[in-house]
Design a protein around this ligand. Structure first.
Ligand SMILES: Nc1nc2c(ncn2[C@@H]2O[C@H](COP(=O)(O)OP(=O)(O)O)[C@@H](O)[C@H]2O)c(=O)[nH]1
Ligand SMILES: [Mg+2]
Length: 219
């Protein structure tokens, strides 16, 4: 969800480009400025956005794009392939340790989709013959715990919760419960937070140091 709105904004830029027919250098520069704005709006770092646009501009202006019959389409193709490159064109596999449980920590901004993703991942894991346990570490809203219980129930996954206690303790207890009860994967559903919130970031560090997750997924 971090990139929500990005594709819409890029499509608007592409639409404008297509409307031009023949492209001038100025058209491409204007489009690149808009692409950069769209990336910045989607929280892409300034340097990454700048490098990205420089790379695309170089390719778009360097290749004989403007003289081609379909210049807009060529620019769009360049942006697309560079985006794929930027996001990483390989898929990473979850790394399961030989000794269970595998601990997966879900992190991200509020409303990014962590809780939903926990349930989806649990469902997928069950399809792989694994036994996941969802652990409710978002204690700041009672509704967050209920939400995890509801989505957990929907996919048929067990949820470990201790109400609105200390998230670090809950994470630890969840892992212990998983070990005792034979769950082989623990999904820690943490509360959303901004990287500038030191108290909450420290809490995340503590959950990490206390549970030693095998994977930390940023949603
Ligand atoms: N369209 C869309 N909505 C999603 C997706 N994942 C979550 N949501 C919705 O986004 C909202 C926030 O999701 P939630 O899992 O509670 O986010 P959390 O605060 O990070 O735990 C909810 O209304 C979800 O139904 C997704 O992949 N696509
Ligand atoms: Mg949540």
């Amino acid at each position: 969800m971090a990139f929500e709105g990005l594709s819409g904004k890029l499509n608007a830029v592409f639409g404008k480009l297509k409307g031009h027919g023949k492209l001038t250098e100025k058209d491409i520069k204007e489009a690149m400025r808009e692409v950069r704005m769209a990336l910045l709006d989607a929280d892409v770092s300034f340097k990454v956005a700048k490098d990205f646009v420089n790379k695309v501009s170089e390719k778009a202006l360097g290749a004989r794009v403007m003289e081609s019959l379909t210049p807009a389409q060529q620019v769009i193709d360049i942006v697309r392939s560079e985006l794929v490159e930027l996001m990483g064109n390989t898929t990473a596999k979850l790394d399961f340790p030989s000794k269970p449980p595998c601990i997966i920590m879900m992190c991200g901004l509020q409303g990014a989709g962590k809780t939903t993703h926990c349930a989806k991942l649990a469902k997928w894991l069950m399809g792989q013959n694994r036994r996941p346990l969802l652990v409710a570490c978002d204690v700041y809203r009672p509704a967050a715990i209920d939400q995890l219980k509801i989505v957990g129930e929907k996919v048929g996954a067990r949820v470990f919760e201790e109400g609105q206690g200390n998230p670090v303790e809950i994470a630890k207890h969840g892992v212990k419960y998983a070990k005792d009860q034979g769950f082989d994967t623990v999904l820690l559903d943490t509360a959303g937070r901004l990287h500038i919130d030191e108290t909450l970031m420290d809490e995340l560090k503590n959950i990490k140091s206390e549970t030693q997750p095998n994977e930390i997924l940023l949603v």
